[in-house]
Design a protein around this ligand. Sequence first.
Ligand SMILES: NC(=O)c1ccc[n+]([C@@H]2O[C@H](COP(=O)([O-])OP(=O)(O)OC[C@H]3O[C@@H](n4cnc5c(N)ncnc54)[C@H](O)[C@@H]3O)[C@@H](O)[C@H]2O)c1
Ligand SMILES: [Zn+2]
Ligand SMILES: [Zn+2]
Length: 389
Amino acid sequence: MRALYWNGVNDLRVGTVPDPTIVNPHDAILKVSLSTTCGSDLHFIDGYLPTMKPGDVIGHEFMGEVVETGPEVRKVKVGDRVVVPSFIVCGECWYCQHQLFSLCDNTHPKPELQVPMFGYATAGIYGYTHAFGGYAGSHAEYVRVPFADNDCFHAPEGVPDDQVLFLSDAAPTGYMGADFCNIQPGDTIAVWGCGGVGLMAQRSAYLLGAERVIAIDRLPERLRLAREKCGSETINYMEVDSVVETLKEMTGGRGPDACIDAVGMEAHGTGIQHAYDSVKQALHLQTDRGTALREAIMAVRKGGILSILGVYMLMDKFPIGAIMNKGLTVRTAQQHGQKYLPRLLEHAAKGELDPSFLATHRFSLEDGPRGYAMFKNKEDGCVRSVFAP
Ligand SMILES: NC(=O)c1ccc[n+]([C@@H]2O[C@H](COP(=O)([O-])OP(=O)(O)OC[C@H]3O[C@@H](n4cnc5c(N)ncnc54)[C@H](O)[C@@H]3O)[C@@H](O)[C@H]2O)c1
Ligand SMILES: [Zn+2]
Ligand SMILES: [Zn+2]
């Protein structure tokens, strides 16, 4: 089959790779209908997340049609149209039983690559480094879905593919980030980043009852989507002296009740702190540029909630003192998609959540490298590049 694979830092290629096969009795094979880019991919494309190998098929946000099932698969059948969360889960372990799905104990075949960094291994994920399991990704004609009964969710009739697609990763991540904020009537939620994840976090914050959502980014077309598609107020951080001061002014001096970081380790920034982070990142002395996260920590009101969706690894000068002395609650995770999918499918079926506006650019799989270049460089207002294999 044809697939888009990582060949080296900033080098993606399309080629012919072996078709996936049923390896375990709980597996299904999906014919991929749509697969899309995620900000998380940029971290290994740019070389900040290690343990990729040349030839690794990438992609983890996808939907498609079941074409083959293993003998133990019960709930999904050949011909079903399904969406699959990006983390692979067994459904049986202590973590799955507690709905902490991205922490599943049974789906990481190479824990020795993660335990030294995190203490314990997380769940595996499609197309996202060997440190996260080394599974083949979804930017391909076919993909193997282990534990198909837990991980395939039926797409509701009448909800088109390009809406269902984003219920795989961007929407559940954003929804989880808003859920972490324990939103109360009257709350103001600030969201750093207006990529797919940040926009879904903004929309979800309103769905969960926020009174005001304030979005922060520098890209005018993404800030426009935040206003028009999510109803957010916006701050272009290139146009203000200080995001923290601006947020204070907008909230009567108290600050947002919760702050969501939907930017992560490749934050853009200005000033001395950003220069320091960039040099250390280039020399591999730290992996992360922390501009957005530091701002969120400073801006959130005393006793507020910090919800971290952006992916991080190692950061220097992390303001733990502000977190401790201000009494902040920090909540973070890789997305627990299997927890949120039933709710999100219901919102989509009722027309309350339509993430299809994220699909700004469409490509054939053969054009994958160009799709990623546009997504990475945010060319032509690209929010997500969608591939139809
Ligand atoms: N927790 C999870 O399960 C999960 C799932 C998906 C993605 N992610 C992570 O979420 C983050 C965002 O993903 P995405 O797909 O939306 O990425 P993206 O690259 O499309 O969007 C990131 C946005 O952040 C903006 N930004 C950069 N620096 C900023 C700053 N200093 N202040 C405010 N905005 C800034 C960029 O302009 C861009 O619009 C990434 O780190 C990704 O790895 C996490
Ligand atoms: Zn993702
Ligand atoms: Zn499990």
